[in-house]
Design a protein around this ligand. Sequence first.
Ligand code: FAD
Ligand code: NAD
Length: 471
Amino acid sequence: MTNHATDHFDIVVIGAGPAGTAAALRAAELGAKVAVVEGDRTGGTCVNTGCVPTRVLAKAARMMREIRTAEAYGIDVEQHPLEWSTTVGRVQERIDRVRSMKREAKRFDDAGIELVLEGRARFTNASTVVTESGRRLTADTFIVCVGGHSRRLPVPGAELATVPDEVLTLPELPDRVAIIGAGNTGAQLATVFSSFGSHVTLLDLAPRILMASDALISQHVARAFVEQGMTVRTGIETVTGLERAADGSITLLWSEDGRPQSCSVDAVIMATGWPADVGDLGLEAAGIEVVKSAIPVDSHFRSVVPHIFAVGDATGRDMLVQAAQFEGEVAAENAVLDTNRRTPRHLLPAGGFTDPDYAGVGFTEEQARERDAECVVSIFPYTALDRAVIDDRERGFLKLISDRRRELILGAHAVGENAVEVIQSVTTAMAAGIDVATLAGVKFAYPTYSAVIGMAARDLLAEKANPALLD
Ligand SMILES: Cc1cc2nc3c(=O)[nH]c(=O)nc-3n(C[C@H](O)[C@H](O)[C@H](O)COP(=O)(O)OP(=O)(O)OC[C@H]3O[C@@H](n4cnc5c(N)ncnc54)[C@H](O)[C@@H]3O)c2cc1C
Ligand SMILES: NC(=O)c1ccc[n+]([C@@H]2O[C@H](COP(=O)([O-])OP(=O)(O)OC[C@H]3O[C@@H](n4cnc5c(N)ncnc54)[C@H](O)[C@@H]3O)[C@@H](O)[C@H]2O)c1
């Protein structure tokens, strides 16, 4: 790569979320002259409106649960309703703290990367972007890391709804809230509002909540939601509209089983998808067509224009921080070194902080059976796990899936306390290529949630599924 005058770079990265930050730092590490254009705040969705605020709300939700059950331990806590403005303040304070810790601007500076904070970038041709301030940057290679945004359904009254990034702007905690969309975002917000004391109605077109997860996860989390008092309506036909009622409430209208339905609520949250943020990116000027609200790329993250890469949420694939960072690094390597590296998607753990938590890695049971009908599955219930019983958190399980010879773990799926950490440990074993017998022999500290891994691995060797223990 050659160095050019001021505004020409080897690589221009567009967007400084997890994908863009990782891409820029890796490209600079490999010796490229790099600029990052960020149209808003560094950190992207993750820090500012996504994972971090959602995780703080999830912590508050857990505290509410612990307060409610404290009496059983002889701890007398006077219960007051949640003070929404204080909770919102706490979330903002933690976002600021995480932002100050991440120090993207300093890290870019230290790496010799120019951070351009002059508004959003727009392609004017395949080699040039212009910022809102009018600054032109040309580059040999672009890595597009623009992420996505909430999708508001195109229905009458949609403007009455709140999208997930706006949740903290709700003036008060709604007594009744309808959440449309039971994916990762909707399910987590359902737990948050339910724990805070709101009555939650959760609706989805899909036949089950958390449709991307293993079916057993959906079944268990949905059952817990109903036990906690939520109304869960899956398989609805369509949301037909929202109307403001005379008393200020919102009437949500949808159709289900061929019949019109409605409910009256104080807030409607639309968590109905995450299209790429490409509306004003000028991709057509660069020769790139957006398909299904995302930028199509090959397995090496090259778009149809080979010197324009795209990674992270903008590609509409694995919309996770860990995927965005990994893809950013790999795209930078492919761009600078002209390699064809890929990311191992089967080693991407993911989960959500609902109550109970859920997480998974690798193939779901359905996907594994499509590939190998004789794959082996074990399910170990939290009801037989000492730590879960000790903590009175007996809802949950770990499902392990291996090939028929038990040489490889193909997938792992969990519901229950600390499910995300449990799945992370299984992911480590999978990344190390550990066979089931080796995993079954690992000693786990007592009493821990991760001990469920050893139990499930031993059952996998013995081909015990334990489905009866789950009820
Ligand atoms: C409510 C919620 C909770 C989530 N929780 C989790 C979680 O717990 N774990 C997890 O792994 N993932 C979670 N995610 C997903 C995670 O936030 C995303 O996968 C991740 O942020 C994607 O990173 P990215 O860099 O691709 O995009 P983003 O983080 O969205 O960053 C894109 C950046 O590009 C900038 N940009 C956009 N267009 C332009 C332009 N034209 N010019 C210049 N800059 C531009 C934006 O301002 C932004 O800073 C959550 C998402 C949501 C919505
Ligand atoms: N903890 C995490 O890792 C985490 C948390 C939140 C989001 N994310 C990621 O961010 C991305 C966006 O998540 P999301 O949950 O906002 O979107 P999503 O696309 O994952 O889920 C949207 C849900 O809305 C439903 N839906 C769509 N149109 C509908 C309609 N008209 N009526 C009723 N339901 C409808 C869909 O069936 C789907 O279940 C995902 O890729 C997700 O994995 C990850």
